[in-house]
Ligand binder design. Structure first.
Ligand SMILES: Cc1cc2nc3c(=O)[nH]c(=O)nc-3n(C[C@H](O)[C@H](O)[C@H](O)COP(=O)(O)OP(=O)(O)OC[C@H]3O[C@@H](n4cnc5c(N)ncnc54)[C@H](O)[C@@H]3O)c2cc1C
Length: 451
């Protein structure tokens, strides 16, 4: 094995495989590192729902066949937000697949290896190597516990929620990307795949079921995996009064209401964490690009991070290749990546973070009230709905229906106007790093208005 590469990609999840494939297809030598055994790569605790539009776009970018029949567990048509009274629900069109992540991930990995990407598996990246404020490689521990330094021109951190390169940057590294994981940024989750004794009635649906007993964001999910099979789980931020609550027992209590013990068999049950904040506003530094969960690229509302990781990895690969062509790896050479992310999904995810904050604040009980009285309607929560100008009569109707809980209505109004302001601010994301700090301070100010 060479000890120097043009590109090192850390992590062979969707972001990492996409990044390494793009770099290899553009002719660069790429080392892909993962701590897992090769045959375990792609196997991750996940809801396994993926948007068709995103996955097809990503596969086209990577010149790889879309999900194959044997990788698709079910076709999805709707995302349903439901409260305890089943009549209270909002349905969004959500065309997608329930995908076998392990099989799909293995195929992507094989494609990368076939294209000439060098995989070093069962090797744990410990920290980045930084020379003159440039990320210039990584320090690894291999399967025999040897510590080895590997150098590269570019490093792409796709190591998932631990973000081992980004969080391992020395304090003096500029720009400051080394924010450590905080409890508020992640929701520990417990997820099961269950085989029911009977057919369920959720065909084509992914359901977020809001429950009073589940701490914020407050739902158990039920995703259709076939006539008798469901992918279910819950997760919440473990802080404040919920710090010591067990995710697993909250999950079992909620599940019992819908699928009592004895009516199903558990095929797989495991825990993991999901990021639930807005994306990193800047995810590049000299010699470094951060993609996927490592840069908080999952949707904070739905936890959908698989498609965004594929897209972010592809963008990271493209921008890294452009830098390699110029032989220049400074912050400004990589800045374009941030613009691509904001445009592709960053603005939507930033807006959805406001929505999750509002759902966290109002809680399932009040959400039920708002839905029952039609103070909030399905169409309000789509991108178009949020941006739509409302008439005076429309507002008046909602005021009447919201009686006597006007505080809630005011909060919804505030949240919608903040969402609009965030979307507008994302449209003017700075094209160079110079005006970034001023831009960021405005967006943080907008967020603080909803906390
Ligand atoms: C419970 C749960 C449910 C979810 N449901 C959905 C869903 O329904 N739909 C959806 O789209 N998304 C879902 N997600 C999110 C989705 O799984 C992630 O957003 C996605 O996997 C991110 O891809 P990634 O490539 O960034 O990271 P990952 O898939 O996490 O890949 C990271 C890779 O890096 C490797 N690695 C980590 N640290 C090191 C190290 N130190 N050295 C070497 N290698 C390392 C890991 O082994 C892994 O292979 C869910 C997540 C969770 C936890």
């Amino acid at each position: 094995m060479k000890d120097s590469y043009e590109v090192i990609v850390v992590g062979a999840g969707p972001a990492g495989v996409a990044a390494s494939l793009i770099c290899r297809k553009r002719g660069y030598n790429v080392l892909l590192l993962d701590k897992k055994k090769k045959e375990k790569i792609g196997d991750k605790v996940c809801g396994e729902a993926i948007s068709k539009k995103t996955v097809l776009k990503a596969m086209e970018k990577l010149s790889i066949a879309p999900p194959l029949e044997e990788e698709i567990k079910a076709q999805i048509e709707d995302l349903v937000l439901r409260t305890a009274l089943p009549k209270n629900h909002i349905t969004f069109p959500a065309i997608g697949y329930m995908i076998d992540r392990h099989k799909f991930g293995q195929r992507l990995l094989q494609e990368a290896i076939k294209s000439g990407v060098i995989l070093k598996n069962q090797c744990r990246v410990k920290e980045p190597i930084v020379i003159d404020n440039k990320v210039s490689g990584v320090l690894i521990k291999d399967s025999e516990h040897n510590s080895i330094e590997i150098l590269s021109k570019m490093v792409i951190d796709c190591s998932g929620t631990m973000a081992v390169v980004r969080t391992g940057l020395p304090q003096e590294y500029e720009p400051k990307l080394n924010k450590k994981v905080t409890k508020a940024d992640f929701a520990p989750c417990y997820r099961e795949i269950i085989q029911l004794n009977h057919n369920h009635d959720l065909e084509g649906k992914i359901v977020l079921q809001y429950e009073i007993d589940i701490p914020e964001p407050g739902y158990i999910w039920f995703f259709d995996e076939g006539k008798k099979r469901l992918n279910c789980g819950t997760g919440f931020i473990k802080q404040g009064k919920h710090a010591t609550k067990s995710v697993k027992s909250v999950y079992f209590n909620a599940l019992e209401k819908y699928f009592p013990q004895g009516t199903y068999k558990t095929l797989d049950g495991r825990g993991d964490v999901v990021p639930i904040r807005a994306p990193l506003w800047n995810a590049v530094g000299n010699g470094l690009i951060v993609a996927g969960d490592a840069a908080f690229h999952a949707d904070p509302l739905t936890a959908e991070g698989h498609g965004p990781a594929l897209m972010a990895g592809s963008f990271a690969g493209e921008v890294a290749c452009n830098a390699l062509e110029q032989n220049s790896f400074e912050l400004e050479d990589l800045w374009e990546y941030n613009l691509l992310i904001v445009k592709e999904f960053g603005a939507d995810h930033a807006r959805n973070r406001i929505l999750t904050k509002v759902l966290e604040i109002i809680g399932p009980e009040k959400l039920e009230f708002l839905l029952k009285r039609k103070v909030v309607k399905q169409s309000d929560l789509t991108s178009a709905g949020i941006m739509k100008k409302r008439s005076f009569m429309d507002y008046l109707g909602r005021v009447v229906r919201c009686f006597p809980k006007y505080g809630l209505l005011l909060m919804m109004r505030k949240a919608i106007s903040t969402s609009k302001a965030i979307a507008k601010h994302c449209e003017i994301y700075p094209t160079t790093p110079e005006s970034y700090e001023a831009w960021k301070s405005k967006i943080l100010d907008l967020y603080s208005q909803v906390t």
